[in-house]
Design a binder for this molecule. Structure first.
Ligand code: UD2
Ligand code: MN
Length: 555
């Protein structure tokens, strides 16, 4: 009898345990029970998990919430942005921290919200062939906010005639949010024509776009950033221009989705240029352009493109050498493809009747493994395409020529094979407005280089007053960098204090200048714009980096 009782209890126990395990398992896939499932996620992911889950559900309800204003106005957005509780504040701060834009409001907005039709009146009267080439829309993302990404996808599905969409290809470039991957693929299953590709290795946006492009089957490739909102009839003028001639590369006007308020703001019509530091810049159009009202809806030849949003015949993209696979994470590819299009027989144009909104942010929230990709990529552009003019780049970015650009033989062979024109031809014919920097005296150049080096090596010059751990008295934990200390955007976290052979992630140096340096490299800084957050930053001697040592509570 006792044996039987024991057996019965065991069965009950096993059943309960199994049931609990099942609940835990399912909850980790986002079916509620937040508290239990949270333990299954890494620290960094926990905070945003709920927001992301909510945004995944948000789209299920409806694409256009009935009763919402026809076009979102400032008061409406201000109301949505209101912070009522400490939890709201936490979500708000966390959203900014992860994405450098207001994820809090993004999560509350519909995926397809009414936005102003920012086109010129003349564009509204235009009609387009029904028989346009089909498009594969390629959207790459790394750690994107799910609501912003889905807004890009949904507006593209809703505001594009379906016969023109061959497919939408999303490329997940090694995003670190496990739940984003899980929820996203499940969410996307129900959307027509959407394919999700995944790279476990961080490709950077250039190689990620290549992966998307090589998997595409439409006649035209259209690249979009992962935080866009396409506007009325955005695709027709782009495709129509490519149908006229496949060597036309068509760029929409990029409207502004305000990163803080999410107001949709119309951009003025400008064209793309660059400076000798290899930064893209906008150039205003000559007055003559505005004097002919009929021409206002016509394509505008542009020396360069901003990079994120453009349409290009797929075969032509391939024949022209796609992108430079040797380029890392971010930057430079937009000037490279712009120079290449013009110098090798194509045409790059801004199409004023196509409008797409994009969230412009003040800084990039993600790191760049392997160092300054922008500098390396720019060096590759200079070495392959700029002939003798590369000296102006070196002059503007002293020391750039000493970087390692990697192997460039394929790209040099490509330029030869395509029989491209010279950079001088490009400047004379396509960008005659470009001025050369005033010639720099070799003595001044040396001075410039020295001051740059001094700035870089600033930390070597100051003296250390004291060195040690930064301990939080309440918890007994020590402040350390959350990621590698070499990542300039690294944040701080608390961890068990290292003893004996102290980890260099925890050793702080207080200098005579009053700043606190981790491993004598980066400074403890306060981000007052989005914070106050404590973060690690390059030392700059500013007031946000001065700390006081007190004998009672530590530094
Ligand atoms: C601009 C371009 C961007 C690109 C860049 C130069 C616009 C509107 N945007 O910067 O498209 O040309 O200049 O390189 O013209 N991403 C990845 N993997 C990464 C990093 C980024 O997939 O390792 C994605 C990211 O999620 C986004 C896109 O690439 O969808 C562009 O990145 P961004 O939005 O940070 O760049 P942005 O707009 O500052
Ligand atoms: Mn972007």
């Amino acid at each position: 009898m006792p044996r039987l009782k024991f057996k019965r209890i065991s069965i009950i126990l096993v059943t309960v345990c199994f049931g609990y395990w099942i609940i835990l398992y399912w909850s980790s896939f986002g079916f509620g029970l937040g508290g239990a499932s949270k333990r299954r996620f890494k620290h960094r992911s926990d905070g945003v998990r709920d927001t992301l889950l909510r945004s995944a559900g948000h789209g299920d309800e409806s694409l256009l919430v009935p009763g919402e204003p026809e076009v979102y106005n400032t008061e409406y957005l201000t109301r949505l942005n209101k912070i009522n509780t400490a939890d709201d504040q936490r979500k708000y701060d966390e959203g900014y921290h992860l994405h450098s834009f207001n994820q809090y409001i993004s999560d509350k907005l519909s995926y397809v919200r009414p936005i102003p039709d920012s086109r010129n009146q003349l564009c509204r009267r235009k009609s387009y062939d029904a028989d346009l080439p089909t498009a594969s829309i390629v959207i790459c993302f790394h750690n994107e906010a799910m609501s912003a990404l889905l807004r890009t996808v949904h507006t593209a599905l809703q505001r594009t005639p379906s016969h023109l969409v061959q497919e939408i290809i999303l490329v997940n470039d090694a995003s670190e949010f496990t739940f984003l991957q899980r929820n996203l693929s499940r969410y996307l299953e129900k959307l027509p024509k959407v394919r999700l590709l995944y790279s476990a290795e961080r490709l950077g946006l250039i190689r990620a776009r290549l992966l998307g492009a090589r998997n595409a089957t439409g006649e035209v490739l259209i690249f979009l950033d992962s935080h866009c909102e396409v506007n009325t009839k955005w695709i027709e003028p782009l495709l129509a221009r490519i149908k006229e001639d496949p060597v036309n590369v068509a760029v929409p006007i990029i409207d502004i989705v305000n990163a803080d308020t999410f107001a949709y703001e119309s951009s003025s019509v400008v064209k793309g240029g660059f400076n000798w530091g290899m930064h893209f810049k906008w150039d205003s159009l000559p007055k003559s352009y505005f004097s002919n009202p009929e021409a206002i809806a016509d394509p505008i030849p542009s020396p360069t493109m901003a990079g994120g949003l453009f349409a290009m015949d797929r075969k032509y993209f391939h024949d022209l050498g796609e992108y430079d696979e040797g380029m890392d994470v971010w930057g430079g590819e937009n000037l490279e493809i712009s120079f290449r299009i013009w110098m090798c027989g194509g045409r790059l144009e801004i199409i004023p009747c196509s409008r797409v909104g994009h969230i412009f942010r003040k800084r990039r929230p993600y790191g760049s493994p392997g160092g300054d990709s922008f500098l390396k990529n720019s060096l590759r552009v200079a070495l392959v395409w700029m002939d003798g003019y590369k000296k102006y780049f070196y002059q503007t970015r002293p020391g750039a020529e000493n970087g390692d650009p990697g192997d460039m033989s394929d790209r040099l062979a490509l330029r030869q094979g395509l029989k491209c024109k010279s950079f001088k031809w490009y400047l004379d014919n396509i960008y005659p407005e470009q001025t050369l920097p005033a010639s720099v005296d070799p003595g001044v150049k040396k001075q410039l280089l020295n001051s740059k080096l001094k700035e870089n090596n600033n930390f070597m010059k100051v003296e250390t007053k004291r060195k040690g751990l930064l301990k939080h008295l309440g918890s007994g934990l020590c402040v350390q960098s959350e990621r590698s200390i070499y990542d300039k955007r690294s944040l701080l976290t608390l961890a068990v204090c290292s003893t004996g052979d102290q980890s260099k992630d925890q050793v702080w140096y207080q200098t005579t200048g009053g700043d606190l340096r981790l491993a004598n490299l980066l400074c403890l800084d306060v981000d007052l714009t989005f914070g106050p957050f404590a973060r690690l930053m390059r030392c700059n001697g500013g007031s946000t980096q001065i700390w006081k040592f007190t004998t009672t509570g530590g530094a």
